[in-house]
Design a binder for this molecule. Structure first.
Ligand SMILES: Nc1nc2c(ncn2[C@@H]2O[C@H](COP(=O)(O)OP(=O)(O)OP(=O)(O)O)[C@@H](O)[C@H]2O)c(=O)[nH]1
Ligand SMILES: [Mg+2]
Length: 391
């Protein structure tokens, strides 16, 4: 490749000079501004590629293609002027009725499109301009542990269904939200264990340290739950019953039977016939431990529980809990117990659990004190925590 340089007062002038010498197919390689050494004025310098042999510019050719390998393309039909006229006259020859119908449909479509656009603008406007107190409550719900999608849905419902609409006061908004949330709470019917003459075997399962043993004692001691019943507790902890459990047994008179070895369980269960309620406190194991499900199935086969209560702590990350809950759900639990309400301020998680687990709530735990820190699943218990600062 031979490179030639041309200058001019402008790019067009420099290229014009190059074209004069080498024809109009020149290949422009570069252009830059330079200074005229005579008078200091600005000039444009271009460089072009020139064929070395004949002094002409090498014209660019497309890369060669093996045409035999290529499938022949269908020959493109070029509409001649006559074809075009034919199309037009065909259109004009159509009956006016058909054309009118098409016109009408197009007009209707245009009107519909306009309406959809208006609707879009309106919705985004409205969303963006939620009145200040709606927006404040929405943010508060998220701060209190509601998933943002749920907070959004609750606020929208409050916005559209509050009788005062956009003018609703904070109290009115919260009232509408409470009504909506109320419908999400499922309560376990305690009569299933209090009002039956049949012996009830209740097994508590759940991740390690969530408060199962504590809740076993709380259930046994609660006047509206099992305090009126002849109750026995079976501890399956391989290290034996905890000191707290032993102390509780002494204080309340509820026998605690320990099962240290796996093969003792059937024998222990046989000894339980004289009790109205048998609470089986299953030792916490990671649901991700090998053989976890097998062990749980073996337990349920021997224990034959009438009720399985899944215990979860409110201070656990919801996603972590769901990961393990999916395994516990295979045991088909009949109720849910939520502990450690006192160790979180993100009580909105409760409604995510309600939504996802679809289990009725048996009781809430809110501290370490056996005879005091338990609540029945009353909606106001949750509402007072969620909205106490906004009433
Ligand atoms: N703050 C608070 N602590 C609780 C609550 N429930 C239980 N605890 C405490 O949590 C710790 C673990 O409770 P346990 O009842 O032993 O838990 P667990 O599920 O039986 O534990 P593992 O059998 O080891 O799986 C203890 O220190 C309890 O006192 C509660 O509602 N709130
Ligand atoms: Mg325990």
């Amino acid at each position: 490749m031979n490179v030639k340089y041309y200058t001019g007062r402008s790019l067009a002038e420099a290229i014009g000079r190059a074209k004069r010498d080498y024809g109009s197919d020149i290949i422009l390689l570069d252009s830059k501004e330079i200074r005229n050494e005579m008078d200091g004025s600005k000039l444009v310098q271009v460089s072009i590629s020139v064929d070395e042999k004949n002094g002409k510019v090498k014209s660019w050719r497309p890369p060669s293609v093996d045409r035999q390998k290529e499938r022949p393309l269908p020959k493109k039909e070029v509409e001649s002027k006559e074809d075009f006229n034919q199309v037009i006259s065909n259109i004009l020859a159509r009956r006016p009725k058909t054309l009118n119908q098409e016109k009408q449909i197009l007009e209707e479509l245009a009107a519909l499109k306009e309406q959809v656009n208006q609707l879009k603008i309106k919705t985004t406007d409205e969303e963006a301009k939620l009145p200040e107190n709606f927006e404040r409550i929405r943010q508060n719900l998220i701060k209190k542990g509601f998933k943002s999608s749920m907070a959004e849905a609750l606020i929208k419902k409050a916005y559209y269904f509050s009788p005062a609409g956009a003018q609703a006061t904070s109290a009115e908004i919260i009232h509408t939200i409470k009504n909506e949330l109320r419908s999400k709470i499922k309560r376990y019917d305690l009569a299933q264990i209090t009002d039956t003459a049949q012996r009830q075997v209740i097994m508590l399962v759940g991740p390690t340290g969530v408060g199962k043993t504590t809740m076993v004692m709380k259930l046994a001691a609660h006047p509206k739950i099992l305090a009126q019943k002849e109750v026995a507790i079976i501890s399956t902890d391989p290290y034996g019953p905890s000191e707290a459990l032993k102390a509780f047994s002494k204080m309340s008179g509820v026998p605690v039977i320990e099962k240290k070895r796996e093969d003792e369980l059937s024998e222990v269960m046989r000894r339980m016939n004289g009790y109205e309620v048998v609470l089986v406190d299953v030792a916490g194991t990671s649901p991700f431990a090998p053989n976890f499900m097998k062990k749980m199935e073996d337990y349920t086969k021997i224990i034959k529980p009438d009720q399985i209560f899944l215990v979860a702590a409110m201070n656990t990350d919801v996603e972590d809990f769901f990961a393990s809950a999916s395994l516990y759900l295979l045991l088909k639990p009949s109720g849910l117990i939520l502990t450690k309400f006192d160790e979180t301020n993100r009580w909105g998680k409760f409604f995510t659990l309600m939504d996802e687990l679809d289990l009725p709530v048996v009781a809430f735990g809110e501290g370490k004190r056996i005879f005091i820190d338990i609540a029945l699943p009353d909606e106001n218990y949750v509402f007072n925590k969620l909205f106490e600062d906004q009433a």
